[in-house]
Write a protein that binds this ligand. Structure first.
Ligand code: ES4
Ligand code: ZN
Length: 330
């Protein structure tokens, strides 16, 4: 219908995308075969059938298991190139991409391999298609702050080599029981080094984790943040700060953060004046890329065309690109 073609044709930005979460079952099987890795599933279909999650942890267990097929620079390149093809088909013009080095270094994959494969695909997309991107290196919050510091130390020698892409630091993985305060010192160090910082907060965790991400980590965006609604004073603060929330509707549905899409608070948050953006999180696991996320909320929440446009504009405003590049995006 008309809303569908409007959404499909609209230029977009992606601000919350885990590259390891774009590994489709087909590619996962192909990489397993290429790397001679045995999988506990006998087909692409049986793997996909296992993607029935009850909460964040039930997803993370499969997501980390899936990442085990990524071994070579070419594997990281192929995964990233496949994502870019999907994003371009959805009229995504710019993507800010999380990657989790610890998921790979813990398995003995050198951090250099991770950076090189992802960056080669992103540079190719920029040079060939004008598709721009930012890399956001994320710390796994179920690991210790000391381990985050070690990862930062391993990555810093690569900073100059990837200065055109790697400008962000994030915080992801199991939220409950791993509050922002656990990473206060490493985030302070990252800010001192000049990185842009963001953190997942208020996905499964309480609104206090959102306030703490602001106060203790001094983040510039909140990833998810949907549970902020439980604290009206926090909502007022997020509005006053124009703090962007990178909301991921299909993710929230698949991880049972919301019971059904009609219950999602994206429209209420947007109408209250928050800088809400729409994003796809881990599209290979959650059943859809950018357009599917926009279509799901547009239909379930009866968004107007103006509201769809506002969401897309918020994505440009909240991105980590220069004013001149923002003008290029509209
Ligand atoms: C994630 Cl949905 C989500 N939440 C927290 N950490 C993550 N890593 C990948 N996807
Ligand atoms: Zn996420």
């Amino acid at each position: 219908d008309a809303m569908r073609s409007f959404i499909e044709g609209m230029p977009k930005t992606e601000l919350h995308l885990h590259i390891e979460g774009t590994l489709e079952p087909e590619l996962l099987f192909a990489l397993a075969q290429r790397n001679k890795i045995e999988l506990p599933y006998d087909s692409v279909e049986s793997l996909r059938a296992a993607y029935a999650f009850t909460d964040l942890q039930s997803f993370l267990d499969l997501y980390y298991a899936g990442a085990n097929v990524l071994r070579t620079e070419q594997d990281f390149y192929d995964m990233t190139a496949a994502y870019i093809a999907q994003a371009r088909a959805d009229q995504v013009r710019h993507a800010e991409i999380f990657f989790d080095p610890q998921t790979h270094t813990e398995r003995g994959i050198p951090i250099e391999i991770v950076f090189a494969g992802i960056a080669r695909a992103l540079r190719h997309a920029r040079d060939e298609y004008g598709f721009t991107s930012v890399m956001i290196m994320s710390f796994l919050r179920h690991l210790s702050e000391a381990e985050a510091f070690i990862t930062l130390e391993q990555a810093l020698p690569l900073r100059q080599q990837y200065a055109d892409l790697w400008t962000g630091i994030g915080l992801d993985s199991s939220e409950r029981g791993n509050p922002p305060e656990k990473f206060q010192r490493v985030f302070a160090r990252c800010r001192e080094l000049g990185f842009r910082v963001v953190a997942h907060a208020g996905e499964e965790g309480p609104p206090a984790y959102v306030s703490d991400a602001l106060d203790l980590l001094q983040v510039e965006r909140i990833d998810h943040g949907v549970r902020s609604e439980e604290d009206p004073a926090l909502i007022e603060r997020l509005i006053a700060l124009r703090m962007p929330l990178t909301v991921c509707p299909l993710s929230n549905l698949k991880l049972c953060v919301v019971e059904d899409m009609a219950q999602h608070n994206l429209a209420r948050l947007l109408r209250a004046g928050l800088t809400v953006t729409v994003n796809s999180d881990d599209p290979a696991y959650f059943g859809g890329y950018m357009n599917a996320n926009y279509l799901a909320v547009a239909s379930a929440l009866a968004l107007s065309r103006d509201e769809i446009v506002q969401l897309a504009r918020n994505g440009i405003a909240a991105s980590f690109i220069s004013v001149s590049e923002k003008k290029r995006l509209g």
